[in-house]
Design a protein around this ligand. Structure first.
Ligand SMILES: [Zn+2]
Length: 337
């Protein structure tokens, strides 16, 4: 026992040290621009000791956040409806609701299948009679995964779905899978002008890596018009330090369109043979992957340089993710567009 503990500790120490030595950065950390003042000023102030904040955003509608993930809940007069249960603060959700209302939690709605947004459901399994609602495609995937962190839905639907409970009406709408492979849900409360579209965009910031990890950039591009067709004045995107409005959606749409159009122009103008020939002079023509990568990365680098110059003072994180966004757009432009 002692020997194995010693061995574990030694291995841990060695791994930790090697890990510390081997960490690599895309660029020196100090070279990133500071987060924009406007973003810092709009940030939710989270009590780190408590670990979460409940913010009333509309009558009956509350956002819960730990400063990185966001979910919401709705009081209806007949019970509480939870919208997602993020893994990062799942253990606080029942407490957060109890601090806000005497109504019992009756229902949990899943927006999509990803564990970071619904893996906190494991902490809700003892709520008596809890209904868990999800799109059939999400339910099928979760059944396959058999993941104890993500409770299985008790009720499924196909197409769109409307929930009526007490005073509230909640629309679960679908506009193509802009993010996950199974199904992505728009949650809309028309009488509250509240719209939640998880993992779409983060007000104040550029989208996360690969345009919010989209599996389908074609659908992602169309998502913005789908959002802007709704009548809303509170928008929840599921991540980071603030919520937003339609203006934030329009700003991010302009950024995404700029990346797409810039990459498209760079790709059409670049002389693939010339760029690959220059590289082949150094390494010959045998390594076709390496030569093709030189061409693709040339477009990524040139596009990101332009994008950063135009957006660095408008949205936070441009210098972190512009190359990633250019790579996602390039795959679309070259193979699907
Ligand atoms: Zn997701």
């Amino acid at each position: 026992m002692k020997i194995s503990t010693l061995l574990y500790n030694t291995l841990y120490a060695v791994t930790f040290c090697l890990g510390a030595i081997n960490i690599t950065h895309a660029k020196p950390l100090q070279d990133y621009v500071p987060v924009l003042d406007q973003v810092k000023n709009n940030a939710f102030q989270i009590d780190q000791k408590k670990g979460y904040l409940v913010k009333k955003v509309k009558p009956h509608v509350y956002v819960i956040t730990d400063g990185i993930w966001q979910s919401a809940f709705i009081t209806t007069g007949k019970g509480v409806i939870l919208l997602d249960a993020p893994q990062s603060f799942g253990q606080h959700i029942t407490q957060a609701v109890a601090e806000t209302t005497d109504e019992p939690i009756k229902m949990l709605v899943y927006t999509h299948s990803h564990v970071d947004h619904i893996g906190g459901s494991q902490h809700l399994k003892n709520i008596p009679g809890l209904k868990i609602i999800a799109h059939q495609a999400v339910a099928d995937f979760l059944k396959e995964k058999n993941d104890p962190r993500r409770l299985l839905p008790t009720q499924t639907y196909s197409g769109d779905h409307v929930i009526n409970m007490g005073s509230e009406t909640i629309h679960l709408d679908h506009h193509g899978n802009y993010h996950s492979t199974e199904s992505d849900t728009f949650v809309y409360l028309p009488q509250r002008r509240f719209l939640m579209v998880i993992d779409s965009l983060a007000p104040g910031y550029v989208p996360f890596r690969d345009f919010d990890l989209t599996h389908n950039f074609h659908e992602y591009l169309k998502m913005f018009d789908a959002i802007l067709d709704y009548d809303f004045d509170v928008f929840v995107g599921g991540h980071l330090t603030q919520i937003g409005t339609a203006k934030d959606v329009r700003t991010t749409q302009a950024y995404v369109q700029d990346v797409y159009q810039t990459v498209k122009r760079m790709h059409s103008q670049a002389n693939q043979f010339e760029i690959m020939s220059a590289a082949a002079k150094k390494i010959g023509w045998d390594n076709k992957f390496a030569l093709f990568n030189v061409f693709l990365e040339h477009i990524v680098e040139e596009s990101a340089r332009e994008i950063e110059a135009r957006w660095i003072d408008k949205l936070a994180g441009v210098d972190v993710w512009a190359k990633s966004h250019a790579r996602t757009a390039l795959i679309y432009v070259r193979w699907d567009d």
